[in-house]
Design a protein around this ligand. Structure first.
Ligand SMILES: Cc1cc2nc3c(=O)[nH]c(=O)nc-3n(C[C@H](O)[C@H](O)[C@H](O)COP(=O)(O)O)c2cc1C
Length: 193
């Protein structure tokens, strides 16, 4: 495999999202590191709040299946995740849950196993969304069985971490982003299927 396919998205669809800014920077860093990047927005895959009755009646929604296929078509996935009340945001958790349903794709072992994940978060607060990243990591790694890049990027004080053009200029997270991007591409090449 020459260039591994890497999917990038943010767990926010808010206009002016700082995590979307992080996702843009991650997409560029991953491309620089040799990844074949597809940067998507969850706003293009709206999904209802998960409800088992809805799934029983109608199955996994088309957008859940489309997203699952995008996961399957990727060797690596980068998620820029905001933190709400110390945890995963409802948009991101709902997306992860729908994609995890067995009928989201015919592909076995499904959309999570066999893909390498890397995660980061940005927040105006001092923790940079790190508590949310720990929850997200737990879900992806321990519950869904993905292989993960060990390092995670958090961008604290995000209102001052990006320049006017949206480039991540804060030194420490920018350095970490490069490391994570290189690691994601290398691991996706070796372990991604
Ligand atoms: C319900 C709610 C809870 C929040 N909880 C946290 C929090 O625990 N930690 C934190 O750093 N920021 C928290 N925030 C602030 C978000 O980090 C901030 O809104 C951020 O801009 C969201 O990311 P986005 O810009 O990518 O949408 C919270 C925001 C909302 C709406």
């Amino acid at each position: 495999m020459t260039k591994p396919a890497i999917l990038v998205f943010a767990g926010s669809i808010r206009t002016g999202s700082i995590n979307e800014k992080l996702a843009v920077n991650a997409a560029a860093a991953i491309a620089d590191a040799g990844g074949d990047v597809s940067h998507i927005s969850l706003s293009d895959y709206p999904l209802p709040i998960y409800n088992g009755d809805l799934e029983d009646a109608e199955g996994v929604p088309e957008n859940g299946k489309k997203l699952a296929e995008r996961f399957v078509a990727s060797q690596g996935i980068f998620i820029a995740a905001p933190e709400y009340n110390g945890g995963i945001t409802p948009l991101l958790k709902n997306t992860i849950d729908w994609v995890s349903r067995p009928k989201s794709t015919e592909h076995r072992p499904g959309p999570y196993k066999g893909r390498v994940f890397a995660i980061g978060g940005a927040s105006n607060g001092g923790f940079g969304g790190y508590r949310g990243l720990l929850q997200l990591r737990h879900t992806l790694e321990n519950a869904l069985g993905t292989l993960m890049v060990p390092e995670m990027i958090s961008v604290p004080g995000a209102n001052q971490a990006f320049d006017e053009a949206g480039k991540l200029t804060a030194e420490r997270p920018a350095g970490l982003l490069k490391t994570v991007a290189e690691r994601l591409v290398a691991m996706a090449k070796t372990f991604g299927s």
